[in-house]
Design a protein around this ligand. Structure first.
Ligand SMILES: Nc1nc2c(ncn2[C@@H]2O[C@H](COP(=O)(O)OP(=O)(O)OP(=O)(O)O)[C@@H](O)[C@H]2O)c(=O)[nH]1
Length: 420
């Protein structure tokens, strides 16, 4: 598989659904041919967008536009107390900093804005822990500029420290946001849980949840969109938590999940993930129960492939290899032996004989699946099915990308949690 920087070899950069017209129509420019399936998907997408816009319009307080009038990219805000681990999270997840090196990170003095180009462009804003934007005697913050285009607010609580003050500040923040921006998802990362026993972790989560819910219901706020995650930069939990956060930004996530669920059924996969290769966040999976071990192994596999391609270059099969594959006993061109000549890899796990397959979808995304024991023999059939799904995925992102203006993405997030 090509390395992340050189990964688009062989991918047609044109939109999957736009082709040159066979006979140019008179007195007009290019005609965009759309297949009935694409047309249907675009129609459903548009309907959903309008529905979400209407729904948000009902919720928005007087004087504000229904959907934030925004330009730019959806934004993830990282907030919390000093030294709770915000900059470490951002550096480990988005800049591949080894966790041990976060020990040397300096305290953040001003808001750090990070723009990330991926399958979806978004920003991460890291707030200094010492600043309370709602209760600051020296400075008044422009709340619209901060919360206008927001995708999610991530509140980081240090589980290894006394968290009462952090919880009190979080409560205050939620109450402020409920007044002006009730659609914002608040994701609470109960962080640094490495080294804590499972029971203790759950106790802390329960305690934090109860404290927040009690305070909110005392203030008359019910059903605020607050979610809790136990995280640490020293294991996969931080990537898993970010995966859940990012998934809520994806319009029509349910369709992606349905595609993966069907693929698992037809190919007898145990589990399939659609990965953002740069960050190892998975943006969709099939509907079987969550399984941290599968995620870890697939995520490590993505790492292995990336490391390989960084060392050995992009995925261009050498001529000798090609000659060998095309010779006897097959005597067939490589194209007819594998479904996807330009990006394919497979590995058999030693422990349970379960193969893992990885297929590049586009420059940013890869499909990774754990197959059932003994299913390596069915690789040709699996490749064919995967190829169809990969084409569908490319089309999916083509459609949602062209139509999704930033305000709408935020609206979709707020409206239906990105699901079907
Ligand atoms: N054990 C453990 N330590 C962590 C974890 N995440 C971050 N840390 C440590 O926490 C310390 C503070 O991390 P920072 O990322 O600088 O914290 P911050 O919230 O950005 O701090 P400010 O910039 O002051 O707001 C560092 O020494 C990190 O190594 C974690 O998951 N587990």
């Amino acid at each position: 598989m090509p390395s992340t920087s050189k990964r688009n070899g062989g991918v047609d950069s044109r939109p999957a659904h736009s082709v040159e017209p066979q006979t140019p129509p008179p007195r007009r420019g290019l005609v965009r041919w759309i297949s009935p399936a694409v047309l249907n998907l675009e129609r459903v997408y548009e309907q959903n967008r309008q529905r979400v816009q209407k729904k948000d319009g009902g919720k928005a307080p007087a004087g504000q536009s229904p959907v934030p009038q925004t330009k730019g990219k959806p934004r993830l805000l990282l907030m919390g107390q000093r030294r709770s681990g915000k900059s470490s999270i951002s550096s480990v997840v988005f800049h591949k900093l080894p966790p041990q090196e976060t020990l040397f990170l300096e305290s953040t003095a001003r808001i750090q804005k990070d723009s990330l180009n991926s399958f979806m462009d978004f920003q991460v804003w890291d707030f200094p822990g010492q600043i309370d934007i709602f209760d600051n005697p020296n400075f008044t913050f422009d709340m619209d500029a901060i919360f206008g285009e927001i995708g999610a607010l991530i509140w980081v609580i240090d589980a290894q420290d006394d968290y009462l003050e952090a919880v009190a500040r979080l409560n205050n923040t939620i109450l402020h946001l409920q007044r002006g921006y009730p659609h914002i998802n608040i994701e609470v990362f109960i962080h640094k849980v490495d080294g804590l026993s499972d029971d203790y972790k759950l106790d802390i989560q329960r305690d934090v949840t109860i404290r927040i819910q009690d305070e909110l219901s005392d203030q008359g706020v019910e059903n605020a969109p607050v979610n809790f995650h136990l995280t640490s930069i020293y294991n996969h939990s931080i990537f898993e938590a970010f995966s859940k956060v990012i998934q809520k930004l994806i319009p029509r996530l349910g369709q992606l999940e349905a595609m993966l669920t069907n693929l698992c059924r037809t190919c007898r996969f145990e589990k399939a993930y659609l990965f953002d290769v740069n960050t190892k966040i998975y943006i969709a999976t099939d509907n079987t129960p969550e399984d941290m071990a599968s995620y870890e192994i697939c995520s490590d596999y993505v790492d292995v492939i990336i490391d390989f391609t960084e060392v050995y270059g992009s995925w261009k099969r050498p001529d000798e290899w090609r000659d060998k594959v095309e010779a006897a006993p097959w005597k067939q061109g490589i194209e007819s032996q594998i479904a996807c000549e330009w990006a394919e890899s497979g590995m058999v796990l030693a422990d349970q004989q379960r193969p893992i397959m990885l297929r590049e979808v586009d420059r940013f995304l890869a499909l990774v699946a754990i197959m059932k024991e003994g299913s390596y023999d069915k690789m040709p059939q699996v490749n064919m099915n995967v190829d169809v799904v990969v084409k569908g995925l490319i089309e999916f992102f083509e459609i949602t990308k062209t139509k999704a203006t930033p305000g709408v993405v935020v609206g979709a997030l707020a409206g239906d949690g990105g699901g079907e």
